[in-house]
Design a protein around this ligand. Sequence first.
Ligand code: SF4
Length: 477
Amino acid sequence: MTAARTYDIRTYGCQMNVHDSERLAGLLEAAGYVAAPAGAGDDVDLIVFNTCAVRENADNRLYGNLGHILPAKQRRPGLQIAVGGCLAQKDRGRILDRAPWVDAVFGTHNLAALPVLLERARHNRKAQVEIAETLQNFPSDLPTRRQSAFSAWVSISVGCDNTCTFCIVPSLRGSETDRRAGDVLAEIRALVESGVVEITLLGQNVNSYGRSFGQRAAFGQLLRACGPIEGLERVRFTSPHPKDFTDDVIAAMAETPNVCPQLHMPLQSGSDTVLRAMRRSYRRERYLGILDRVRNAIPAAAITTDVIVGFPGETEADFQQTLDLVREARFAGAFTFQYSPRPGTPAAQLPEQIPKAVVQERYERLIALQDEISWTENRALIGTSVDVLVTATDGRKDGITGRSSGRARDGRLVHVQTGAAQPQPGDTITAAITRAAPHHLVADSEITMHRRWRGAGPSVAPAGRPTLLTISPTAPA
Ligand code: SF4
């Protein structure tokens, strides 16, 4: 009896890729592979790179990694290497030109092809490339091996109909395809039955959900439909888009108890001139108006964002407008990016590309300002009590030095002293905030166990075997 072949999936980029990697793991296990043990490194039978194409260094990183594993492949020719994701969808067969030791290349639209391509490559001793132009299977219809037993990504749409000039996603993930709400809710109920207490609804632009089947208010209705699901404690979503963000969604967030008071809404720039050049289809006034209405309806909401610094043509005055808006918006946090031209995007052709040194200097000013604001906002929470869904513990049992960490309902990261309660991942505890830092809160006080997690159902990864994740902040949205 030959031993099952072991796999290791290395994921780059956004939550969409994390969700797809869970499907790739499910497909491989359905084909008889087993997850490689933690720490196996390159000593496995299959390495799958699920790639990102959003930033300039994404290419360098992939080809760098492929170079690093060549010696392992030369030592063990039976080792198979596969490349999927957005960079595979973009570069296709050219990947074999630069790394002929790769065995299979598949795209963002045909995840299910992976096991067959690997078999064919082994049988024919020839690398296989298969890229589909349109979606073959909705990823959520594929088997899955989820990373967390109590928290899950639920895809509601794939692709995007917007045309932001800096973004390569629509050309690699196609136009928006929405899942029927009934399928989404059925998946959520099955997840809750299997032990999940928190879900994140996933789409490139969740606010346009339902457009493809003619229901403009579908996203707000979907949030409301999550309300009555017993056992579902936390509902989050990413990514919304300011141009499609409507008041019915704000009302659904405010009136549905298990929808968390958290909103990650990409801004990208505070300058109307730059927003126009980015083809973002909203302006700063609309953006700030949404924030005001969210805060009126949900005063405790934590709002975070994405900002791109150094977009072509951005003047110092434009950048000042971004700083002004950030000051006014009081974000709980922000993912900040230095603009990098992506071949194939309209912005890469724009004449006024900003020198790297100028971009770097602006980037540092923005981070300094946002860190100061995040810290001030976090300090205001000292003395308050928060419910924390524990995601990790350091395992120390003495209750004094032992630490657990997790997320508050508003998405903030909280480190707590474990105390006698010894909370475990999946548990929800109540803790009083005693200290604050720019990017997290601390509770060094006695905690109370709010709810002990009842444990996982069948379909979760074996304990302690996380897939290797390199998660960068949300892809441009
Ligand atoms: S930035 Fe987001 S909304 Fe814009 S095209 Fe890319 S994925 Fe779509």
